[in-house]
Design a protein around this ligand. Structure first.
Ligand code: ADP
Length: 219
């Protein structure tokens, strides 16, 4: 995972290099080394880190430039560079005819907070959340006789995301629509209005990605 979000960890020496390049760029590695009384070889890893992290741009035979991007800008770029396809988890799917009772059992056994409901032909037809099940359980009805199809939130009101969306976009969608998870979908090749559920992004996914970023990036 670390390769995916990179590392921004600035040492005192790297800070100094940044100052020099900011003030005097374009400047060669050799010239920076001279100013710091160090050898070019000693500086090589620092210059590589600063370039890879996006603080500096390097051009052959010209030297190093300051990219002009602040640490916050770079962090934002990192965040918007994470994709749903790399973070999605397995979706837990039930059929429309599944009883509310069985859906409750599935939610417990699979340890998820939402289930996706599919029709016989496999396309997404609804979402069931914890509160939907609690609400159904508040009535006096026999939970093993009520199908989830009756209580679910149904298409076309389902907020979805695609594997190629950014994780940031998925998080924004969850926040705006005040839901805890999004099914990751792709349209069936022969039925563009029907969607196959291929994954799941939940608030837990976002928490995990956030912690992972925090572990790798010190700005
Ligand atoms: P909880 O019920 O645990 O608060 P949610 O906030 O996800 O979980 O669900 C709130 C309501 O929104 C429920 O009625 C649920 O069916 C619906 N819902 C959940 N996820 C989605 C989604 N991706 N798109 C549309 N509606 C959803």
């Amino acid at each position: 995972m670390s390769g995916r979000c990179g590392t921004i960890e600035l040492s005192k020496r790297q800070e100094k290099i940044l100052e020099i390049v900011k003030a005097e760029g374009p400047i060669t590695g050799e010239q920076i080394a001279e100013k710091l009384n160090l050898t070019r070889a000693t500086l090589r890893p620092d210059l590589a880190i600063l370039t890879m992290a996006g603080f500096l741009d390097a051009r052959p035979r010209v030297g190093y430039f300051y990219s002009g991007k602040s640490a916050n800008q770079l962090l934002g770029e990192h965040v918007r560079n994470l994709y749903v396809k790399d973070y999605k988890s397995l979706p837990i799917v039930v059929k429309e005819e599944t009883s509310v009772y069985d859906a409750i059992c599935t939610m417990f056994l699979e340890d998820v907070g939402s289930l996706y409901v599919i029709k016989k032909e496999g396309q997404l037809s609804g979402v069931i959340s914890r509160k939907d099940l609690l609400q159904a359980a508040m009535g006096k009805q026999d939970l093993s006789a009520v199908p989830v199809g009756v209580i679910m939130t149904r298409m076309p009101n389902i907020v979805m995301c695609r594997p190629e969306d950014t994780l940031y976009h998925a998080a924004l969608s969850m926040m705006r629509h005040q839901v805890d998870s999004l099914p990751v979908v792709r349209p069936f090749p022969d039925r563009p209005d029907d969607f196959e559920v291929i994954g799941r992004i939940s608030k837990t996914t976002i928490v995990k990605a956030f912690v992972e970023l925090g572990q790798h990036i010190k700005v």
